[in-house]
Design a protein around this ligand. Structure first.
Ligand SMILES: [Zn+2]
Ligand SMILES: [Zn+2]
Length: 88
């Protein structure tokens, strides 16, 4: 099942528009397994190729594909500068 997690504390995240309560601004979405606080693909592989990079106003996305099974994983990083501007 596709879920979104904080990359740092590995907690499941519902709202990726703001920082995780641990302070992390990186979130990962996909069919993932968590092992020793690290994410791997559901197939067990931890090798991904970058498919594309996308920039948005308040975040950027790196979409990656597992080299073993082809499953895609999305990494979202909030922009600190963007969010500061937003609050000014
Ligand atoms: Zn977190
Ligand atoms: Zn895989």
């Amino acid at each position: 099942m596709v879920k979104t997690y904080c990359l740092k504390c590995t907690k499941e995240i519902k709202n990726t528009d703001k920082h995780c309560e641990c302070g992390s601004e990186k979130f990962v979405t996909g069919e993932l397994k968590i092992k020793n606080n690290k994410f791997t693909c559901v197939c067990g592989s931890s090798t991904f190729n970058l498919l594309y990079h996308a920039d948005a106003k308040n975040y950027f996305l790196n979409v990656m594909r597992c080299t073993e099974c082809g499953e895609s994983v999305e990494l979202k990083t909030l922009r600190d500068k963007g969010s500061k501007l937003y609050w000014e």
